[in-house]
Design a protein around this ligand. Structure first.
Ligand SMILES: Nc1ncnc2c1ncn2[C@@H]1O[C@H](COP(=O)(O)OP(=O)(O)OP(=O)(O)O)[C@@H](O)[C@H]1O
Ligand SMILES: [Mg+2]
Length: 259
């Protein structure tokens, strides 16, 4: 039987706070035959580094504009410190990992999203998962920094949630797990266990889903339409896998599809 694949997206908000249980859960999955790939964010660490470098950032419509100097710092932080920190954490827990970015092996090809508004930010156009597959075949967990290249090899930053959903789609992953700093999608302090695309649209309209959760649910929906069977939002600060079940908010095409 073909080994099943899970793609994890670890938020910049949680990378340095991942629990022992989180790594233990990853080991359990590897031991039971799952292939794993990880995409990470790093927004807060980029912000810190820009501050340390005294670099001014431009905002456009509430969004930081990725100017060329900001992109240079973003790549340094994402592909450098954050990526290598993560690889070392996995190694500490007995998990073999190797860092790449979307620029390596033609993994993520992108085009400018909207240079006037966002600057050096890409919209993913093409995914070639060969490098990810090659590592996973050797039992090495690929740890992917969210950068990309245009067809003429210019570097562009990409949103990590969208990068994860693109990678999961290309791998035809069985599961895509967004690992973040909350237990899942919350409403009035309660976790919503299962949501459909229609329910998510309503929660966005009601402003229950806001901020960083919006690109996440949009990426979740795009992965579902790319044939990824199951997408979840889970907390990296605790255990996401307990008593043989994944803990968090499950996003499914229809409620009947829940097993
Ligand atoms: N309904 C909701 N339920 C849970 N969290 C929500 C909801 N609406 C908005 N959020 C916010 O979404 C945040 C998670 O997204 P965020 O983008 O901050 O994290 P991340 O993607 O894991 O990390 P990063 O963007 O730094 O890589 C939560 O911490 C919470 O503040
Ligand atoms: Mg985010």
């Amino acid at each position: 039987m073909m080994k099943k694949t899970i793609v994890f997206k670890c938020g910049g908000s949680v990378i340095r706070e991942l629990s022992e249980e989180f790594f233990h859960n990853l080991k359990e999955l590897v031991a039971s035959g799952w292939k794993l790939a990880i995409v990470h964010g790093g927004g807060p660490e980029i912000t810190n580094m820009l501050k340390r470098l005294n670099m001014k950032t431009e905002f456009s419509g509430g969004q930081r504009k990725t100017t060329k100097p900001v992109l240079e710092v973003a790549e340094m932080v994402l592909s450098g410190s954050v990526n290598k920190f993560f690889v070392a954490e996995l190694a500490k827990h007995g998990l073999r990992a190797a860092g790449v970015s979307g620029k390596d092996g033609g993994l993520l090809e992108a085009d400018y999203l909207d240079p006037e508004t966002y600057g050096e930010v890409g919209e993913i156009k093409k995914v070639d998962a060969s490098i990810v597959n090659a590592l996973m075949e050797k039992g090495i967990i690929p740890v992917i920094a969210p950068l990309s290249m245009t067809s003429d090899c210019k570097t562009l930053n990409v949103n990590a949630d969208l990068a994860a959903s693109a990678v999961a789609g290309a791998l035809e992953a069985d599961k895509l797990m967004f690992v973040t700093d909350v237990d899942g999608i919350m409403k009035e302090k309660q976790r919503l266990d299962v949501l459909t695309p229609e329910e998510i649209q309503i929660l966005i309209k009601q402003e229950v889903i806001t901020g960083g959760m919006i690109p996440k649910v949009n990426s979740a929906l795009s992965a579902l339409s790319d044939q990824v069977s199951e997408v979840m939002i889970v907390n990296g600060k605790g255990a996401f896998f307990a008593e043989h079940t994944f803990q968090g908010t499950k996003i499914v095409k229809t409620k009947e599809a829940v097993s």
